[in-house]
Design a protein around this ligand. Structure first.
Ligand code: PAF
Length: 291
């Protein structure tokens, strides 16, 4: 695997490739979830004779003023070894000066109905930061396909819609969420948890599983409704709060657009997804489960 730090080096390398790369953008501090995306990229790339490119860039633009940009773990050497083992061909790891030589004045803003809800409501500017850097990385890497984890469910949808609306010739693929044995979704931020918090953290996915089980049972019994969903969301929030969490949201939304399901959606058994974000101590975790 080659590690390249400049856009020029990367373009020179990729101009010689027989097909447009399959791309896995990351912020580093990699875990098995990222490596599964790289292995998925390897399979897609093999069928096309394309190289696999991963990027590592901790993107200042997507962090709020009180978030963890400064403390976000930078573990480039270890990450490069893991990527090489997982079958990555090229690691693009630009400096901030390389990617943002001037303050980034031009930005890509997601439409409010998708970008300002859920994560966007609690992290203002987050999706503008994500869309702007991913659009820029897409221009630099010019991939044929890009893979993002379904753990960041809304991010995947925002980026898929961005690619569609901007007419970018890129296939956006989702990678399944990897979980620890107890159900906790793998995340770079799990590393912030103390041992006691790590033991408690399982409650986030357990809460989503209880929502899932109740929705399935209510569906089967014909008792699922707009009101029963709202009650379920409130109960899930209250349970987390009673255990010492500070939940931002536990919400059940339509899979297709993350809008609130109507009575008609419920009657038609439209696919739903339960999404949550909650703070345990100083660590904010997110998770989701398709219903
Ligand atoms: O999911 C992430 O790691 C980041 O949001 C991404 C997509 C690499 C953009 O910085």
């Amino acid at each position: 695997m080659q590690t390249l730090h400049t856009i020029r080096e990367l373009r020179e390398r990729l101009d010689q490739a027989p097909a447009r790369p399959v791309f896995v953008p990351t912020m580093g501090n990699l875990h098995e979830g990222h490596l599964a995306l790289v292995r998925q990229a390897r399979e897609v790339a093999a069928a096309r004779g394309a190289p696999v490119v991963a990027s590592i860039f901790v993107n200042r633009l997507q962090f709020g003023p009180n978030e963890d940009f400064d403390t976000y773990p930078r573990t480039l050497e270890r990450d490069a070894q893991l990527l090489a083992q997982a079958g990555c061909d090229v690691l693009f790891a630009p400096s901030e000066a390389e990617l943002y030589p001037q303050p980034q004045g031009y930005k890509v803003v997601a439409p409010a109905e998708l970008g300002d809800i859920l994560e966007g409501a609690f992290r203002p500017g987050f999706f503008t930061g994500v869309c702007t850097v991913v659009h820029k990385l897409f221009n630099i890497v010019q991939p044929g396909a890009a893979i993002f984890g379904k753990k960041d469910y809304q991010q995947l949808m925002v980026l898929r819609n961005m690619v569609r609306q901007m007419g970018l010739p890129i296939e956006v693929l989702g990678g399944e969420t990897l979980r620890a044995d107890d159900g906790l979704a793998l995340s770079s931020r799990n590393g912030y948890l103390s041992p006691a918090e790590r033991a408690e953290a399982v409650q986030l996915s357990a809460t989503l599983r209880r929502v899932q089980e109740t929705v399935v049972a209510q569906r089967a019994a014909g008792g699922l409704s707009v009101d029963s969903l709202a009650l379920l969301e409130q109960q899930a929030m209250a349970t987390l709060a009673s255990r010492g969490w500070k939940p931002d949201y536990v919400l059940v939304r339509r899979q297709q657009d993350l809008l609130v399901p109507s009575a008609d959606d419920i009657a038609r058994q439209q696919p739903l997804v339960a999404l949550t974000a909650a703070r345990l101590g100083t660590t904010r975790l997110i998770d989701n489960l398709e219903l």
